[in-house]
Design a protein around this ligand. Structure first.
Ligand code: PLP
Length: 414
């Protein structure tokens, strides 16, 4: 019997059920992935016991010599991985990383220019209920109606008109490679700082598949748990001139003690991302997204921007007379996990939008390739054509559970 099972069977049993869900189902949530056994091991260590306010060599607690080693490894590795001058690996999550960059440079009421949530941006890019929307004067850019690509003419004209102190690039639901140099050019022309939030596609940048925002941005923020395949957390990269301001804002500005077990897991994630196999994984994530997109389009589903060049696609369910909510629920019953999502220029509401967002990072980590994506796409289409026929949906669920057995989940010994 495990210690957890003995101590708290209620939590243990929920974890077991979640584990089965992860093994038997098809994980297509674009912001999720499967961490390696090594990362899970680091995250589950005695480092969770340690307080380490401050930074390596400058802590407010004794006994930090070993966690210092870990944080230095994490910082050095992530700087090397992305070619950055400076890294702060203490933000607990992506939202905290964004908050720290904003607070290091902006005062309440300052103007930021960022992507609209309804067009693919993130809550922390100025959504009105989020701290970012409440503290700052937010101007939003979006995508063109004609092709769903970022409207750089609009970005340039809004920057000229509003003179934002900071321009934010990066998105949560944008299926195309982002032209960071173009954002940098507009920021420079208008005297704005550029922050790129690469949370979704950090793994594609690390794998050399997308252009690297560190080369052109003043600040780059990210989560570590999406395509980068690390523990749930965040980090900040910046030019040396901003290092002090960023560090001071993270601690003592916004956080107390860093989660040293998660910093250790991030160090392992950065190490894994430096291996040649990671490049192959990143390339496969994109190839898989394109193969899946092709199957879905052939089945009559309309995709925002017509396709993808990253790990995700936004599918318009109204093209097949469904809504995002109905599609998400039906797919869930079949063991296929996606999330309902607004599509650009959506006529429906955020809790009942027209689309679903689908991503291929997690299935790629399980070893699936283009042929399997075709099969996954066929199941998706079959479920969507049978949303009111539960016996068909359950039959597909059994097929999927059988199929999934051939693709072990890293870190889970079945
Ligand atoms: N930035 C982007 C672009 C994201 O997509 C997300 C998460 O979905 C975040 C930031 C926030 O990350 P977290 O959930 O770790 O706060």
């Amino acid at each position: 019997m495990s210690a957890l099972q003995e101590c708290d069977s209620a939590v243990w049993e929920s974890i077991l059920r979640e584990r089965t869900r992860q093994v038997e189902g098809l994980e297509l949530i674009a912001s999720e992935n499967y961490t390696s056994a090594a990362i899970q091991e680091a995250a589950g260590t005695v480092l969770t016991n340690k307080y380490a306010e401050g930074y390596p060599g400058r802590r407010y607690y004794g006994g930090c010599e070993f966690v210092d080693e870990v944080e230095v490894l994490a910082r050095d590795r992530v700087c090397q991985l992305f070619g950055a001058d400076h890294a702060n690996v203490q933000p607990h999550a992506g939202s905290q990383a964004n908050m720290a960059v904003y607070m290091s440079q902006l005062k309440p009421g300052d103007t930021i220019l960022a992507m609209d949530l309804a067009h693919g941006g993130h809550l922390t890019h100025g959504m009105h209920l989020n701290f970012s929307g409440q503290l700052y004067n937010v101007v939003h850019y979006g995508v063109r109606e004609s092709d769903h690509r970022i409207d750089f003419d609009q970005v340039a004209s809004l920057a000229k008109e509003h003179k934002p102190k900071m321009i934010v690039a990066g998105a949560s639901a944008y299926p195309r490679e982002i032209d960071h140099p173009k954002f940098a050019e507009i920021a420079k022309e208008n005297g704005a700082l550029l922050m790129v939030d690469m949370a979704h596609y950090a793994g594609l940048v690390a794998g050399g598949c997308h252009n690297n925002p560190v080369e052109v941005a003043d600040f780059v923020t990210s989560t570590s748990h999406k395509t980068l395949r690390g523990p749930r957390s965040g980090f900040i990269l910046c030019k040396s001139e901003h290092a002090k301001a960023v560090d001071k804002t993270v601690f003592p500005g916004l956080q107390g003690g860093p989660l040293m077990h998660i910093v250790a897991a991030k160090a392992v994630c950065f190490h894994e991302a430096q291996q040649p196999t990671f490049k192959a994984y990143a390339e496969q994530v994109i190839a898989n997204a394109q193969a899946l997109a092709e199957t879905l389009v052939a089945g009559g589903i309309r995709l925002a921007s017509g396709g993808t060049d990253n790990h995700l696609m936004l599918c318009d369910m109204t093209a097949i007379d469904l809504t995002g909510k109905i599609a998400e629920e039906a797919l869930d019953r079949a063991g296929i996990t996606v999330n309902k999502n607004m599509i650009p220029f959506d006529q429906r509401k955020p809790l009942d939008p027209s689309g679903v967002r689908i991503g291929t990072a997690a299935l790629t980590t399980r070893g699936m390739k283009e042929a399997e994506m075709k099969q996954v796409g066929d199941w998706i289409l079959r479920v969507l054509r049978s949303t009111d026929d539960e016996s068909k949906v359950q039959a597909i669920r059994s097929e999927i559970a059988q199929f999934a057995k051939n693709f072990p989940v890293p870190g889970i010994s079945s």
